[in-house]
Ligand binder design. Structure first.
Ligand code: ATP
Ligand code: MG
Length: 404
């Protein structure tokens, strides 16, 4: 299906590496995992993400369930987590730093780094006003990219809040109205509904026009300004490099004040910001938030890690399946990584398979070995082999596997 991809064993190690690295960082910094449903009531996203955003207007997989209720496959993580935060009264819990990993769905035109089912790793922190928490979110990203050995540029901006953005939107509308005919069709539609999005349009003509548009920094209120300046100060204290990009806006309406993107080769790998009104917009108390989400597919695409061999030992079972099972059990108890063959095959084809699986050792067993409680241990690297008693197996294997 267009935009939907199978993740195959060839690349799964990259996924594991990315997710393990992220989980380790989150855990070390006191973040707890949250898992919310993939399906939510459509209103969660309409009210959360905002109904004039691209996501809600045209990218959601929305349908009526059998009771006639409108439901949506989550296009992003934050709105659902905010809903869970309210419903489960998590403001009374000590766990206000949360992370998540999972699939998201957007009906987008598939292209490089853009799919209809994709996966995000993200985090949300609730109830912390101090700009230091925005900086902590950035720090987590820099740490992760460092461990993944991926170079990125951090771009940041202040996009204001419902106090100051309306005046700015007005200024943008009157500026862009002069160029209305030259804007792309999407931006002509956005002009009155969501003029900020024009700043972010990828169309070359729109980009040129946007460059001279009024700047939000001339409109932001005192609170937004103070918060943003606070984050900048923290980033400097952490020695994190950044670029201030006044054209950076995000595709989700809930952001307030500080927003950011980590960019590699013109592709945004990770993005986020502060959302001080989201919990309230979804019917909760006045609780602020800040978070980010990164696109796993975009990282996997550029992640450069050596695949590790996944098994140590291949059991070539020549018709002695119960004996083979016993040896499998013994080796797995001893924590060896082991693959057992059960199908009737020639020894030659089994050795070939052991090679393809990059096994270091092949244990060959047949009727003779069964009778004498022994096995043949073959060192795959130098193709030497010897018969040993089963009770010598552990030591023999250690000798072969851990020899330098
Ligand atoms: P873009 O401007 O690239 O459409 P966005 O503003 O829609 O991004 P977010 O909703 O903030 O992005 O999502 C965070 C990250 O998730 C993105 O930076 C990207 O890495 C990833 N992402 C978003 N949409 C897709 C998609 N359709 N396919 C793959 N990854 C995606
Ligand atoms: Mg998008």
């Amino acid at each position: 299906m267009k935009g939907f991809k199978d993740i195959l064993p060839e690349t799964i190690e990259k996924w594991h590496f990315l997710e393990k690295t992220a989980v380790k960082i989150f855990t070390h910094l006191g973040y707890k995992e949250i898992r919310t449903p993939i399906l939510e009531k459509t209103s969660v996203f309409e009210r959360g993400v905002g109904d004039s955003t691209d996501i809600v207007e045209k990218e959601m997989y929305t349908f009526l369930d059998k009771s006639g209720e409108s439901v949506t496959l989550r296009p992003e993580g934050t709105a659902g987590i905010a809903r869970a935060f309210i419903e489960n009264k998590l403001e009374t819990s000590v766990f206000n730093k949360l992370y998540y990993i999972g699939p998201m769905f957007r009906y987008e035109r598939p292209q490089k780094g853009r799919f209809r089912q994709f996966h995000q790793i993200g985090a949300e922190c609730f109830g912390i006003k101090n700009p230091a928490i925005d900086a902590e979110i950035i720090y987590i990203n820099t740490l992760l990219f460092e461990k993944l050995n991926i170079k990125t540029n951090l771009e940041i901006n202040n996009i204001g809040c419902p106090n100051c953005r309306p005046q700015y939107s007005k200024a943008l509308i009157s500026y862009f109205e002069h160029y209305k005919e030259s804007l792309c069709i999407d931006c002509q539609k956005r002009l009155y509904k969501n003029p900020l999005r024009i700043l972010d349009c990828k169309n070359e003509k729109c980009k040129i026009i946007a460059r001279s548009a009024p700047k939000l920094k001339d409109y932001v209120c005192k609170d937004c300004k103070e918060h943003y300046t606070g984050v900048v100060e923290c980033l400097k204290a952490l020695n994190i490099e950044f670029i201030e990009n006044e054209l950076l806006v995000r595709g989700l309406d809930y952001y307030t004040s500080f927003v950011f993107e980590f960019v590699n080769n013109n592709l945004t790998l990770s993005a986020g910001g502060r959302y001080d009104n989201l919990i309230q917009d979804l019917g909760g108390n006045n609780i602020c938030g800040v978070g980010f989400a990164l696109g796993e597919e975009r990282i996997i695409d550029i992640l450069d890690i050596k695949p590790q061999n996944s098994i140590d030992i291949y059991i070539a079972n020549l018709g002695v399946t119960l004996y083979a099972l016993n040896i499998l059990q013994k080796l797995s108890d001893l924590q060896f990584k082991v693959y057992c063959e059960y199908e009737n095959k020639s020894l030659k084809s089994m050795l070939k398979k052991a090679d393809r699986l990059e096994a270091k050792v092949c244990i060959i067993i047949g009727e003779n070995e069964l009778k004498s409680s022994s096995c043949i241990v073959r060192d795959m690297k130098n193709s030497t082999q010897k018969t040993i008693e089963l009770n010598q197996l552990e030591n023999t294997l250690k000798g072969v596997l851990y020899a330098t």
